[in-house]
Design a protein around this ligand. Structure first.
Ligand code: AMP
Ligand code: ZN
Ligand code: FE
Ligand code: FE
Length: 290
């Protein structure tokens, strides 16, 4: 595969739209990807496939779309459990068990969001759960939507600040009822999808899992590790690459673009064509072409 210009193709395999906590609609996202000069884009909203159809419907000529999702998982091998994110690519969106599990996690997100808002309100902070839900516009609700409410009342100046320790990063951080990561890998594989561990070493977000667990996940069907991500330091990226090589896993790099909820731009980190082709070969869903 080559790009339209004959240069190495530009591949970004992790982005969010308004179907979860991004700020561009799925149609705007695929147009922005073409404008940014990408050849391949994956749409990977949190715990939903709702953005797939509108993204395909708006796909500009020459852009390929990998349909995916980012699953909210946890590893219960330590107390409290470690939350982690699993990218799932090219799976059957109608697989009943997976559909049910995604719906359950979205409900768990609403439950957690409402409890976070109750904690904030108990401390006299004037944020409203109905307003936050409305702000999510029917997409999967997450802490970035609560962050917007904190910005609206003037308590923080940015999403980044809202994720600080005094706010959603620690003081008002509550766990949600995530999917056991081994179950998630089984479900994604049984739905014909390709599971890749998102930002596995992002220590700046909180606790990370040990390498021994990643080896067990590889044995359970994990296909790859995301190495190049803004939340990894250069040393963490190198570590993830070495671990992937040891375990025979593919390596990806991605922007994790969220529109204006983050500063990272589309295509700021990217994936090599070999890893992309391995994902395509293993997935049951076709890559959509514009
Ligand atoms: P949640 O899925 O509700 O637990 O919220 C996690 C989401 O918040 C991540 O997917 C990111 O989109 C966003 N996020 C996490 N940390 C930060 C940060 N430091 N600054 C901005 N957004 C963040
Ligand atoms: Zn997000
Ligand atoms: Fe993530
Ligand atoms: Fe993400």
């Amino acid at each position: 595969m080559t790009s339209r210009t004959g240069a190495a193709p530009r591949i970004d395999l992790h982005t969010h739209s308004t179907a979860s906590d991004g700020t561009l609609t799925p149609a705007e996202l695929v147009r922005a990807a073409a404008q940014a000069g990408l050849d391949v884009l994956a749409i990977t909203d949190h715990d939903t496939t709702a953005g797939w159809a509108p993204a395909v419907g708006a796909l500009p000529p020459g852009l390929r779309l990998v349909r995916g999702a980012e699953l909210s998982c946890r590893w219960s091998g330590t107390e409290p459990a470690v939350p982690l994110h699993l990218l799932a690519y090219l799976f059957d969106p109608d697989h009943p068990e997976l559909v049910a599990e995604l719906a359950r996690v979205r409900a768990a997100r609403e439950d957690r969001g409402e409890r976070i808002v109750a904690l904030l309100r108990a401390d006299g902070i004037d944020v409203s759960w109905p307003d936050i839900l409305a702000g999510a516009g029917g997409g999967t609700v997450g802490r970035p939507h609560i962050a917007q409410a904190l910005i609206r009342v003037g308590l923080v100046g940015s999403t980044r600040e809202a994720f600080g320790p005094d706010w959603l990063g620690e003081r008002y951080r509550l766990p949600k009822d995530d999917i056991d990561v081994f179950r998630a890998i089984r479900l994604v594989r049984s739905a014909g999808g390709v599971p890749v561990f998102a930002h596995p070493r992002a220590t700046r977000r909180g606790r990370v899992v040990p390498d021994e667990l990643i080896a067990e996940l590889a044995a359970a069907g994990l296909a790859g590790l995301e190495a190049d991500h803004e939340d990894h330091s250069p040393a963490e990226r190198a570590h993830v690459r070495a671990l992937a090589a040891d375990l025979g896993l593919l390596v990806t790099g991605s922007s994790d673009f969220h529109g204006t909820h983050k500063t990272v731009q589309l295509g700021e980190f990217s994936t090599g064509v070999e890893a992309y082709e391995r994902i395509v070969a293993e997935g049951v869903t076709e890559v959509a072409s514009g």
